[in-house]
Design a protein around this ligand. Structure first.
Ligand code: SF4
Length: 478
């Protein structure tokens, strides 16, 4: 089993830049490289030279899709980029983004992070009135709606479109001479603005992409806001306001890079505080605190500080296992976790261990780690998780797996503990998680933990929804 299959999967990362005089393609390339953790299936860059938009995209990691020659051919004054992991739409070249289309208003490029919750419904409506779709992504629904409102200015068309579409969307769009950024009224997925010189601006899913290209953080894009980056600087338009925010709390638990700041909170600091909170909730008697690298490290540090138990690195991670790594065959399956994590016997032997990880999806990998620690002579293993049990699916752009595969939706905590083989299993409480955000505790989506969905997933069927149903795509060449 792939390691990542036991974690919720990242969705997409988006990037946009308006910067005449800059090496636009390389800035976008490095920005996407910083966002690679948000999607590893495909990557793409669309660049405008002021007259037309050129596009290059393909399957693979950012350095696999682009080489120097390709980037040299993408000269221009503004660009948008995308890294993708498919949450809707098959993993297929035709679904790679940005999508670039002609409509009555000219040429337009779009890159999307998030999932629309009424995409199936809208697609049916649009198809019944003659719309044609080339991809199976929900992002193309947005393009079709914009085309439908093409008598209006692009900003007005976007505002109308925002009334029609429901769910999670952070968007970057490219026209011949400007970049637009849009965030849904709840602000599910992150999006921030930066500056990289006089009248040169950047927009990105996470602030780590701004840091990487030497841009200064300006602010987060507000939920419901439309931002235009062009020769006039940054212009803000109110798209569709809503009085309730619902930022994805899982960005802080696992998805986002620890060095990013999202909506006013530094991810590393939040993770550390989650660990502290966890230690306050569970007074475990132990000799060492052991993080599951890398995502469990900040929470383990917080736990160790609060509990006064030494932190030890007892699991060494092999950082070079990539997407194309040949997975062990059935008879070698016991190697699976050892290839990725190797335990240090000297640290573990005879110890009572608090093992800290961020989340548990199916529980299979955690079970293997616990067995591995016991083999190394660990006396006790207490698994502490810096998130509450994941009991429901996500409809807003995260693959938390089908509800039936979520171990916490099927088993009691004690049964999960038994399955994993730990001496105790401790989840951070939902209240404890939200306390970390102080006065802003009501600004977050917690649906996968609480079942309280901020936007009704109207497309949902059997715990999942699919645009592929009844729709077959064809191979595209890029
Ligand atoms: Fe994030 Fe969970 Fe809400 Fe999805 S359901 S947006 S993963 S908090």
């Amino acid at each position: 089993m792939m390691w990542a299959a036991d974690k919720p999967r990242e969705h997409c990362g988006i990037f946009g830049i308006y910067g005449p005089g800059l090496d636009i393609a390389r800035h976008t390339y490095y920005g996407l490289f910083a966002l690679q953790h948000r999607g590893q299936e495909s990557a793409g860059i669309a660049v405008t030279n002021g007259r037309r938009i050129n596009l290059h995209k393909g399957m693979g990691l950012v350095p696999e899709v682009f080489d120097s020659r390709t980037l040299d051919n993408l000269a221009g004054l503004a660009a948008i980029g995308h890294v993708r992991y498919s949450t809707t739409g098959a993993s297929h070249p035709i679904n790679a983004q940005p999508l670039v289309f002609y409509y009555a208003g000219g040429q337009i490029g779009l890159a999307h992070n998030g999932n629309l919750t009424n995409a199936v419904e809208l697609r049916k409506q649009l198809s019944s009135t003659g719309a044609v779709f080339q991809t199976t992504t929900d992002s193309e629904v947005i393009i079709n709606l914009i085309a439908r409102y093409s008598q209006s200015t692009l900003e007005e068309a976007l505002m109308k479109c925002m009334i029609d579409i429901k769910g999670a969307y952070s968007l970057v769009m490219l026209t011949e001479d400007r970049v637009l950024a849009v965030r849904d009224p709840y602000g599910f997925r992150p999006l921030c603005l930066g500056k990289i010189g006089e009248n040169k601006f950047v927009v990105a899913s996470e602030s780590c992409a701004l840091d990487t290209i030497g841009a200064q953080f300006v602010r987060d894009v507000e939920p419901g806001e439309i931002v235009i980056l062009d020769q006039n600087g940054i212009t803000s338009r109110k798209g569709l306001a809503h009085n309730k925010r619902a930022h994805c709390v899982f960005e802080y638990i696992y998805f986002a890079r620890a060095d990013s700041n999202l909506d006013g909170f530094n991810v590393n600091r939040v993770r550390r505080e989650m660990g502290r909170q966890l230690a306050r909730e569970y007074a475990v008697k132990a000799d060492v605190v052991l993080p599951v690298p890398d995502s469990g490290i900040p929470a383990a540090k917080g736990f160790a500080e609060e509990a006064g138990i030494p932190l030890e690195e007892g699991l060494m991670k092999n950082r070079y296992i990539g997407r194309t790594f040949i997975q062990p065959s059935q008879e070698m399956r016991d190697l699976g976790v050892r290839l990725k994590l190797n335990p240090i016997r000297e640290v573990l032997h005879g110890k009572r261990i608090v093992l800290v990880d961020d989340s548990l999806v199916r529980g299979t990998t955690s079970g293997k780690i616990v067995r591995m620690l016991r083999k190394m002579g660990a006396k006790e293993v207490h698994l502490c998780l810096s998130s509450p049990p994941i009991i429901r699916s996500c409809y807003y752009g995260i693959d938390t797996s089908n509800e039936k595969e979520l171990i916490a939706s099927r088993k009691s905590i004690d049964k999960i503990r038994e399955f994993i083989g730990a001496d105790s299993l401790n989840y951070l409480s939902l209240d404890g998680l939200l306390n970390v955000f102080g006065d802003y505790r009501d600004h977050f989506c917690t649906a996968c933990f609480s079942g309280r969905y901020p936007v009704e997933p109207s497309d949902a069927r059997d715990g999942k929804f699919s645009l592929e149903e009844g729709f077959h795509d064809t191979v595209g060449q890029y």
